[in-house]
Design a protein around this ligand. Structure first.
Ligand code: MN
Length: 249
C-alpha cells in the first residue's frame, strides 16, 4: 500500500525546545509520535531516542515479522531499556521518559497500533472517526472526568522509561484504502473535541495529507499553545503516489 503522509510540530510559545518528536517512514509503513516528559533536556532527548530506537529495531526485522506482537514488543522493550540506561548514565537527563504512539501498516489492510502514554491515534473511515488509543493518565485510570480531578490528566500512569516493567497496548486493526489516520500529542485533544476533529477531517478527506495537517495545526493554534503540539496525517491510498521521503523532527 502507498501512503500519503505529512507532519507538523510546534513548540509551545515560552519554550525554545520541542519535547515532541515525530517520524514518518512511508518506506516501512511506520508512523510515530512521542511526547517527552520532564522538561528539557530530558524530554526532547527521550522522545527522539525512543522513536529512533523503536523504528531501528523494527527496521532490522523482515517485513512479515514487523507486524507481529512479539516484534513490536521487542522494539518497545529495547527502546525502554535504552531510555533507562541513558537516564542512569547521565545526570543531566536523569529519568528519561516519553509517550509513544505508532501506526504500523502492512499488506492486506493489516495494521497495528502501538501505544503507551497520552498521545493519540484516530482513524477516519467512511465518514466516521474514532480514537484507537486510550489515555494512560491518572484521570483515565481512575475513570474520573469531573472538574475536581481534571488535574490528574497531567500525570501519566504509563510511559516508556518509567521502569523495567513495561505495559503497552498493541492492537490489530484493519486499514482500508482511503482511510485517514491522525496521530497527535496531547495538545490536539486539549484544543479540539473529537466531533470537531471528525467534521474537519471529513470536510478535507479528499485533500492531500499535507493540507489536512496544515489546516488542523492552524485550527489548533487559533488559541496560543500551552504545550508542544505535533500532528501527523497518514492517508492509506490504493492508487499510485510519488515516493515520499522518510522524515523525522
Ligand atoms: Mn504534551
Amino acid at each position: 500500500m502507498k501512503y500519503d503522509c505529512f507532519a507538523l510540530s510546534e513548540a509551545a510559545g515560552s519554550r525554545d525546545s520541542n519535547e515532541d518528536f515525530v517520524a514518518l517512514r512511508p518506506d516501512l509503513g511506520i508512523f510515530a509520535v512521542a511526547d517527552g516528559v520532564g522538561g528539557k533536556p530530558a524530554g526532547d532527548q527521550a522522545s527522539r531516542l525512543a522513536v529512533r530506537s523503536f523504528i531501528a529495531t523494527l527496521e532490522s526485522e523482515c517485513e512479515s515479522l514487523r507486524l507481529t506482537d512479539a516484534a513490536l514488543q521487542r522494539a518497545l522493550d529495547h527502546a525502554n531499556s535504552e531510555l533507562l540506561v541513558t537516564g542512569q548514565n547521565n545526570v543531566l537527563v536523569k529519568g528519561l521518559s516519553t509517550t509513544l504512539t505508532a501506526l504500523v501498516l502492512g499488506d492486506n489492510n493489516q495494521a497495528k497500533v502501538v501505544h503507551v502514554g497520552d498521545s493519540r491515534l484516530y482513524q477516519y473511515s467512511g465518514g466516521a472517526m474514532w480514537c484507537l488509543t486510550s489515555d494512560h493518565n491518572l484521570a483515565a485510570e481512575l475513570n474520573a472526568d469531573s472538574k475536581d480531578v481534571r488535574g490528574l490528566q497531567r500525570w501519566l500512569s504509563r510511559a516508556l522509561g518509567f521502569g523495567t516493567h513495561l505495559s503497552v497496548d498493541i492492537v490489530s486493526i484493519v486499514a482500508s484504502p482511503g482511510d485517514i489516520f491522525v496521530l497527535s500529542t496531547d495538545g490536539l485533544a486539549k484544543s479540539m473535541s473529537e466531533s470537531r476533529l471528525r467534521d474537519f477531517v471529513k470536510q478535507l478527506a479528499d485533500r492531500p495529507a499535507r493540507e489536512i495537517c496544515e489546516r488542523l495545526m492552524l485550527e489548533a493554534m487559533s488559541e496560543p499553545l500551552d504545550d508542544d503540539l505535533t500532528i501527523s496525517v497518514v492517508k492509506a491510498n490504493s492508487g499510485p503516489l510519488p515516493a515520499q521521503p522518510a522524515k523525522e523532527f
